[in-house]
Design a protein. Structure first.
Ligand code: GLA
Ligand code: ZN
Length: 662
């Protein structure tokens, strides 16, 4: 298993390199990522390359058995690039260019920048193709910034639209430009539509798609070069989990595997649900395991720093990712830097360079991971439940949230957390994916719903699947026009409801916010509070699971279950304030889907299963700072301790266990 750190030899005197490499090897590390911001050191002036220092660093690392991933260094352009070619700097909204001096400041449509990026990529690839301890590449660093408003980007946008729509008539029709007299007579009349408060929503969505495409194309330029020069190396990129400016499915498409940067330690200790959800998104991009390219090593921050991971937390955070499919673990960063913007982004070593607690805990983690590496081989998460994770809907909702505070990820969280509390693994999938692999599919905020997708979901339910949909389902076409249908449109039969009207209940914490009382029945028995949104949804064939108490809302369901064909369609028409609402709803849904969790974890304990190759591994993660006793399958081996399980297993605070179940 590949375990190591992000290392910046260029930040330290050469005399230190040997010590660093030795300490890494002593910690059980065998990989580093190098050079992703070192462009100016590798190409000090245009076309003049200097690889000597990196060659030497690689040689030192090689002597200690450490391999390397090299970053194409295009995320930090040299000063000479900005000086010689000012057009490579991204233009801000106000028409001025970003001042050089940070990173991620380039225009992605600049032909000059693309050529410069290709040149340094090719030079590195050719230089390192045969270096024995170089095994792979990371493209750039955390694609996603900045948005550029220059003339070249605008012209590229127009050309992209031309390729997409063919004719102006088609574009005018799809965007509905007859509204406010926005009909385009020529392609070059098209401006950059990035302000949802003023611009056409269809245009805004295409601008977002274009921006994503622009980043993907930039990466493609590098991938082409790396593949040709280094056929034996892998290529990956460090994604950012739930970040959603780019269509990550597209960005991942031509990579060998996905990596991501995980920083879940902020503020007061909490269960890192988002780190689990993000891991599932990352695994879903290519439907295969992933690496952690930057893992939390200490307090993070720029001008101010955050919380220090408690003893045990560094290990637990790493294991949470392994439990969700991580096959490589790289901590950011090795040693805390004494200079520059990230002096307070702490590594495993402090400024003093000593191998203290955080280093020792990472070494312990490395030793644990090496111990279970053989068992992990060939295993991944095979979830019985999927959640649709669709960038089109995410983007379109950001353009028009509809009700106040509607964010896809906030909606996702409510269901995801309930599933995690229930001990059930989740796959994050595209709406076009094969649904038949899942007992249940949750589609929170599935706002953009092309007819084909609606039919597939409906057929899925008819054939025995269980579907959950909620407020704002199926409002839009794929070009962000409103469907001319009573909602939820083509899903009406599967869900057994018709939404006659809808309203926003405002921000529940603001002076204008209000709520509705909800009375649950059957599996949802209890009283709850509906906030933020209310669909005035009438049950046609659905069985109400919750209704409203207010006089004018009595005809409508807040939650319902509909038997349709062989399956069930669940509908939720509001946001419940109480967590318990979601726990009960998910329990009922899992029951109807025939899904049982491997075990019932106590609060604060997460369970995740990796399987494959005839093996089933049960991961237990204690996210709390008190010991937890968990009922587990008896007579199995816990791989980290080598002990055999009884009826229960006790996890220390922040403890982890890996039980070989089968
Ligand atoms: C990101 C970047 C790193 C570093 C860390 C910490 O994840 O990829 O280069 O900046 O954040 O700030
Ligand atoms: Zn530009």
């Amino acid at each position: 298993m590949h375990i190591g750190v992000d290392y910046y030899p260029e930040h330290w005197p050469r005399e230190r390199w040997e010590t660093d490499a030795r300490m890494m090897a002593e910690a059980g590390f065998n990989i580093v990522r190098l050079a992703e911001f070192a462009w100016v050191l590798l190409e000090p002036s245009e076309g003049q390359f200097d690889f000597d220092w990196l060659d030497d660093a690689l040689a030192v690392l090689a002597r200690h058995g450490i391999e390397a991933i090299l970053g194409t260094p295009t995320a930090a352009m040299p000063g000479w690039v900005a000086r010689k070619y000012p057009e490579t700097l991204a233009m801000q909204k106000d028409g001025t260019r970003i001042t050089w001096g940070a990173r991620k400041n380039n225009c992605f449509s600049s032909g000059t920048f693309r050529l410069l990026s290709e040149r340094i990529t090719r030079a590195m690839a050719e230089h390192y193709r045969d270096t024995p301890n170089v095994i792979g590449w990371q493209t750039d660093n955390e694609f996603g910034h900045p948005v550029c408003y220059c003339d070249s980007c605008r012209a590229e946008f127009q050309a992209w639209l031309r390729r997409k729509y063919g004719t102006l008539e088609a574009l005018n029709a799809t965007w509905g430009t007859h509204f406010w007299g926005h009909v385009f007579g020529t392609w070059d009349e098209i401006t950059i539509p990035d302000d949802p408060n003023r611009h056409n929503p269809s245009a805004c969505l295409d601008w977002q798609r274009f921006y994503s495409w622009l980043n993907v194309r930039f990466q493609d330029d590098q991938i082409r070069i790396l593949r040709a020069a280094c056929p034996n190396h892998f290529i990956t990129h460090n994604f950012m989990g739930l970040f959603h400016e780019l269509d990550y499915y597209e960005l991942a498409k031509d990579l060998d595997f996905v990596s991501w940067d995980n920083y879940p330690v902020w503020g007061k200790p909490a269960i890192p649900y988002n780190a689990a959800a993000a891991a599932d998104v990352m695994r879903g991009l290519k439907k295969r395991n992933f690496w952690i390219m930057e893992q939390t090593a200490g307090p993070g921050g720029a001008t101010e720093y955050g919380r220090n991971p408690r003893p045990g937390e560094i290990r637990k955070i790493a294991f949470q990712q392994v439990a969700h499919g991580a096959d490589g673990m790289i901590w950011f960063r090795w040693r805390t830097c004494t200079t520059g913007r990230e002096q307070y982004w702490h590594g495993l070593l402090g400024h003093d360079g000593k191998g203290l607690r955080r280093y020792q805990e990472a070494a312990q983690t490395a030793s644990d991971l090496h111990k279970i590496a053989a068992a992990l081989q060939g295993t991944t998460v095979r979830a019985p439940v999927a959640i649709i994770y669709d960038y089109d809907s995410i983007w379109a909702l950001r353009i028009q949230p509809g009700y106040a505070g509607n964010r896809f990820h906030a909606d996702l969280e409510r269901y995801y957390q309930a599933l995690l509390r229930a001990g059930v693994n989740v796959d994050m999938i595209r709406p076009i994916d094969d649904l038949s692999a899942y007992r249940a599919v949750l589609a929170p905020d599935l706002y953009i719903l092309p007819d084909g997708m609606a039919r597939a979901l409906s057929n899925y339910v008819q054939g025995g699947g269980v579907l959950l949909a909620d407020s704002r389902t199926g409002v839009k076409t794929e070009t962000n026009l409103c469907h001319e249908r009573t909602l939820p449109g083509l899903l009406s039969d599967a869900l057994g409801v018709t939404i006659e009207e809808y309203e926003s209940l405002g921000d529940p914490t603001g002076p204008q916010g209000f709520s509705y009382r909800i009375i649950g029945r059957e599996a949802l028995t209890g009283e709850f509070t509906g906030i933020r949104t209310a669909e005035w949804a009438r049950a046609t064939t659905a069985q109400p699971l919750a209704t409203y108490e207010e006089w004018h809302m009595r005809p409508y369901v807040a939650a319902s279950r509909n038997q349709f064909g062989e399956g069930y369609g669940y509908f939720v028409g509001t946001v419940a304030q109480e967590e318990r609402f979601y726990d009960l709803l998910i329990a009922d849904l899992l029951r109807h889907a025939g899904v049982t969790a491997p075990l019932a974890p106590p609060p604060g304990v997460e369970v995740s299963v990796r399987e494959g190759d005839g093996k089933t591994l049960l991961f237990l993660l204690n996210h709390t700072d008190t010991a937890q006793r968990v009922r587990v399958p008896r007579g199995k081996v816990e791989l980290l301790s080598g002990e055999t399980t009884g009826d229960t297993w006790t996890l220390d605070r922040y403890g982890v266990a890996v039980i070989r179940w089968v």
